[in-house]
Design a protein around this ligand. Structure first.
Ligand SMILES: [Ca+2]
Length: 264
């Protein structure tokens, strides 16, 4: 198509009267598209409708959705064994989670209410409220970031959990909606784009998408038929490892992001 467009433009120009060439319109920025390689695969519970994924101090934490199947879990990475679990009451549809010091802070989808747990005991310590929907959470230490299904990421004060601002996420100036599970990775916010195999890498200050990670092909076709969408990014800061999985996926992957080879 590019060749065709180029040819047409040339043809038009050759027929036009001689005139100084117009300044070219600024080209859209090229967003790097990254691929991946699988470093390790681990078991993942195919009953887990993954909504939040965190790896910290050698421990994997996961929150899940669906009424009656929403839980907070501590999971052994290597075996997938559940070491501890808190079941939300059946009326709640659980969503993302983030670790805040000695606490775990969670969301629900449309109940405008989240829960606060003791990180070690999973004892319920309290609740908090917010307007709109709750999708994903992550933190850079100074702020908590929250997605709500739109192209805005809310910035929350970690102590009060009150909103202090919003990051409007754009790619080449266009809003990028459906931002789902989040992970803060080396100065960027990474977000699963709901119902796609893509993670966008967001500049937390400008909101601009600086890169796209394309994760198609992680599951075998027969696994994919049984599973739901990609959702769940966890970053191991100590080991510089990235983990991803999805809703009802049979496996969780440690991946290495490869240098960009494709450009849209
Ligand atoms: Ca995460």
């Amino acid at each position: 198509m590019r060749h065709l467009a180029f040819t047409v433009i040339l043809a038009v120009c050759s027929c036009a009267p001689a005139a100084p060439p117009a300044a070219p319109a600024p080209a859209a920025a090229l967003i790097p598209v990254y691929s991946y390689e699988i470093v390790n695969t681990y078991p993942h519970d195919t009953r887990a409708f993954t909504q939040g994924l965190v790896f910290e101090d050698g421990v994997l934490y996961e929150t899940t959705g669906q009424e009656g199947a929403s839980w907070l879990r501590r999971v052994d990475l290597a075996t997938g064994a559940v070491q501890q679990q808190y079941d939300l009451p059946d009326q709640y549809f659980g969503e993302g989670m983030v670790i805040r010091g000695e606490d775990i802070v969670t969301l629900t989808w449309r109940d405008q209410k989240g829960f606060i747990f003791d990180r070690d005991s999973f004892a319920l310590k309290g609740e908090w409220t917010y307007p709109g929907e709750g999708w994903g959470l992550t933190s850079d230490g100074a702020s908590i970031f929250m997605s709500d299904g739109t192209a805005a990421i809310r910035r929350l004060d970690p102590a009060s959990l009150q909103e202090t601002g919003r990051i409007n996420v754009t790619m080449n100036g266009n809003p990028v909606g459906q931002l789902n599970e989040l992970e803060y990775v080396k100065g960027e916010i990474w977000a699963n784009v709901f119902q796609t195999d893509r993670i966008v890498r967001i500049d937390p200050v400008s909101g601009e998408v600086k890169g796209v990670i394309y994760l198609g092909g992680l599951l075998k076709p027969e696994e994919r038929r049984q599973a739901d969408v990609l959702n769940g990014i966890a970053y191991d800061r100590d080991g510089d490892r990235v983990f991803v999985t999805g809703k009802y996926w049979p496996r969780l992957f440690e991946i290495r992001i490869k240098d960009p080879t494709i450009r849209p």
